[in-house]
Design a protein around this ligand. Structure first.
Ligand code: ZN
Length: 85
């Protein structure tokens, strides 16, 4: 089981769900950890959610150009972690 690298909170214990988006490969779920880290999860077969990207805790991402350290690539529309922050 994976956990938050910043505060050690288990990823399967959702703190705050920000939004859900239905996509071609399944549901993308945005959540925020108790430390403020933004998480992008993809819900796959059987409802298993996998964290595919996460930002740093909210206190350290203020002023960054991307949204919470996560951006979407223009070509493939994939969620990737920003390399600039
Ligand atoms: Zn955390």
């Amino acid at each position: 089981m994976s956990e938050c690298p910043f505060c050690g909170w288990p990823d399967d214990r959702l703190v705050v769900v920000l939004s859900r988006h239905q996509g071609g490969e399944g549901e993308t779920l945005w959540s925020r950890c108790r430390c403020g880290s933004l998480q992008a999860r993809v819900v796959g077969v059987g409802g298993r959610a996998e964290v595919v990207a996460r930002s740093r805790p909210v206190t350290s991402v203020a002023g960054s150009a991307c949204r919470g350290g996560i951006r979407r690539t223009a070509s493939a529309g994939e969620l990737v972690r920003c390399v600039q922050c």
